[in-house]
Design a protein. Structure first.
Length: 237
């Protein structure tokens, strides 16, 4: 993946304060950041994606400088070329499967906010072939017209993955991707994601509190606690 970062960020809520002070470097195409809830994992992932801005430091991904406080570089989310899978998938409840997936191609959408329906064309012809490819890849053709509320947990995850991948991102960021699934489905979706990542060969960074995720996906496993990386296992390059 060729990721290198050294960042600091302090969040305050009344008398409470949390400081992220993380440093990592890896050339692995599979990175897992493991740790308990509250360790700072999601905060780190959001900093890479551009959802939060560090107070200081730098982030480099695939040879591109995404953030550098000293050089005053801070690329907007849509220019970072990362696909982001939220823990709860963040599907738009009033859009069907096709519309949710194709929205990943929207230049008017940062990838993380609510859609502008005045702008949105639910079926742009120019992207039809690419949309059909991902519907087929995730076996979603039969539910393409259904809303998220009509889907199973596994189907919702596939839709969210297709939306993250349709724009051909340089890397895939996953925030606890199996936490919302029951244990049996979790095993199957791990197998599916494992096979998908190997087939696409897309660099992947996953955060998790589940040691099984680290075992299955961990080419390079980093453990976080109290906002810092405290341990590394595997090959970081």
């Amino acid at each position: 993946m060729q990721i290198q970062l050294d960042i600091a960020k302090t969040l305050r809520a009344g008398p409470r304060e949390f400081t992220l002070k993380a440093r990592l470097r890896s050339d692995s195409r599979r990175i897992v950041i493991y740790g308990a809830s509250g360790a700072g994992k999601s905060m780190l992932l959001k900093a890479i994606a551009g959802l939060i801005t560090p107070d200081a430091g730098s982030i480099e991904l695939g040879g591109r400088r995404l953030f550098d406080s000293a050089a005053r570089i801070n690329l907007p989310v849509q220019r970072r070329r990362v696909g982001y899978l939220f823990q709860d998938y963040a599907l738009f409840p009033h859009l069907n499967v096709r519309q949710n997936i194709v929205f990943g191609l929207s230049r008017g959408w940062s990838g993380w906010g609510w859609p502008n329906l005045d702008w949105f064309n639910p079926a742009p012809r120019v992207d039809g072939e690419r949309l059909e490819y991902w519907l087929e890849a995730f076996q979603l053709q039969a539910v393409a017209q259904q809303l998220p509320s009509q889907l199973s947990g596994g189907q919702r995850q596939r839709v969210a993955l297709a939306r993250a991948l349709i724009a051909d991102p340089a890397a895939l960021l996953l925030d606890e991707p199996f936490a919302a699934l029951d244990p049996v489905l979790r095993v199957r979706m791990r197998e599916e994601l494992d096979a998908l990542q190997r087939r696409l060969n897309i660099p992947m960074l996953m955060i998790t509190h589940d040691p099984e995720d680290a075992r299955v996906f961990g080419g390079h496993v980093l453990t976080m606690a109290d906002g810092a990386v405290i341990e590394e296992n595997g090959n970081g390059g």
